[in-house]
Design a protein around this ligand. Structure first.
Ligand SMILES: [Zn+2]
Length: 435
């Protein structure tokens, strides 16, 4: 048996681990590296055509984004994922291929203008993504499956994203059996919609994430519905829009959960029919996948709402826009409204149009609900920029800028230790954190 760390072992993106059992080669995740990178991933120990299986822990691009590249390089094996992850990979890898193609076209145009005729090739194309998606096989949580001779596995809900899982692997070579557990990304407790991370009790080896291994999330956290209602009331009273840049998968659905709560509990009686637009094709598709997987993936609180006949992420006044015409129509409508759009850091997608039409308006509010990386337009707006360039044109920042403290998708140091204690408890021990 061989375990080799290919990516994400001294940074937090581009997750990829290689396992060799007998004559089978298996990858755990095949992620794309995102943001500024200091380290080189090591090359894959075998050619892509020699990989037999990829087991995917969840659909985030830093865990799945290089799968179509693996296909392009010759991989024709099977990708094993939970049912919700399989559905989310379908839309997210389409989206990723679209981004790769657009970025390459843009870069080639730019190169041509400076006299460089040598075209860059996209990392992968839509065709590569679509061919790869055909290789994804969905598996249920909680069942032990045989992947191939000598390898059995089980997915357990880890509460990080819809469909996210830790993976237990039982590996046999000759008379030796070893159990190795990959944590995937470990979620937070008490998030809307998702279950708390489930523990695993036994392992010979554990490979776990540690994104927040050196940090604690700030103090007590409560759902920010009062704060959100205040921001809506304040903006609507000025006659403006609340524009929410949001990641399409995960954070958008959490915002819908809070907005449904506000409407259902009549927290804004003076504006109770306020419209909410989700203007992102990816977010709309992701919301449908959330609904399709509610029974397997939602927590008790969300299931309780469903038992009462309430869909936790839909409500009167919710409008899901897909076509460009529908998106343009939002810009022409003068009524105060909430607009949720991607990308979450304002660097791409339809959010740029909504910022162009609202950033300069003192009556509107731009509400940030997620992480804004250094250098992103979102970060510059949050840091108080007076002007932002959108589509090459300067736009004055006159709108009110707010941010809402939402729960991170990652467990903090205590959450990671708690998950680890799940193993220790079954051996009668305890985890001691060394500072
Ligand atoms: Zn993740």
């Amino acid at each position: 048996m061989v375990l080799q760390f290919v990516g994400a072992d001294h940074e937090v993106t581009g997750s990829c681990h290689y396992l060799q059992v007998g004559n089978k080669s298996i990858l755990i995740d095949c992620g794309m590296r995102q943001g500024g990178m200091k380290f080189e991933n090591v090359p894959m120990p075998v050619p892509a055509s020699k990989i037999d299986f990829v087991i995917v822990t969840h659909a985030h691009i830093d865990h799945t984004g290089m799968l179509p590249k693996l296909y392009k390089d010759g991989f024709r094996g099977q990708v094993a994922a939970t049912e919700a992850t399989a559905s989310l990979c379908d839309i997210m890898l389409h989206d990723s291929a679209h981004i790769q193609t657009m970025e390459t076209e843009w870069r080639n145009k730019k190169e041509k203008r400076i006299g460089n005729e040598e075209p860059y090739e996209a990392i992968y194309t839509m065709e590569d993504a679509m061919n790869l998606i055909r290789l994804i096989a969905p598996y249920e949580y909680g069942k032990i499956y045989t992947l191939c001779e000598g390898v059995r596995f089980r997915f357990t809900d880890i509460g990080h994203l819809l469909g996210s899982a830790s993976v237990e692997l039982w590996l046999t070579e000759g008379r030796t059996e070893k159990k190795i557990v990959f944590s995937g990304d470990i979620g937070n407790k008490d998030q809307p919609l998702l279950k708390d991370p489930a523990f695993t009790d036994t392992a010979d080896y554990v490979v776990m994430e540690s994104t927040y291994g050196d940090r604690l999330h700030e103090g007590d956290w409560a759902p920010p519905v009062e704060e959100l209602a205040d921001i809506l009331r304040d903006t609507f009273s000025r006659g403006g829009n609340v524009v929410i840049p949001s990641f399409a998968v995960g954070r958008t659905q959490v915002m819908l959960y809070y907005l449904r709560h506000i409407k259902q509990n009549n927290m804004l009686p003076e504006y109770k029919n306020f419209p909410v637009y989700v203007d992102s094709p990816l977010a709309v598709e992701a919301t449908e996948i959330f609904v399709e997987n509610e029974k397997e993936c939602y927590d008790e609180e969300a299931l309780d709402l469903i038992r009462k006949g309430i869909n936790p992420i839909t409500f009167p006044g919710l409008r899901l826009t897909i076509s460009t015409e529908e998106s343009k129509a939002i810009l022409e409508d003068d009524d105060p409204k909430v607009i949720i759009s991607a990308s979450g850091m304002c660097d791409a997608g339809r959010i740029k149009h909504h910022l162009k039409h609202n950033l300069w308006r003192p009556d509107s509010t731009i509400l940030f609900v997620g992480y804004q990386s250094a250098g992103s337009p979102g970060r510059r707006i949050l840091d108080g920029a007076e002007e932002i360039k959108i589509f090459g044109e300067p736009v004055a920042v006159k709108a009110k800028i707010e941010s809402l403290k939402t729960l991170s998708g990652h467990a903090d140091k205590n959450g990671l230790l708690e998950w680890l204690e799940g193993f220790i408890r079954s051996y009668g021990g305890a985890v001691i954190a060394v500072p």
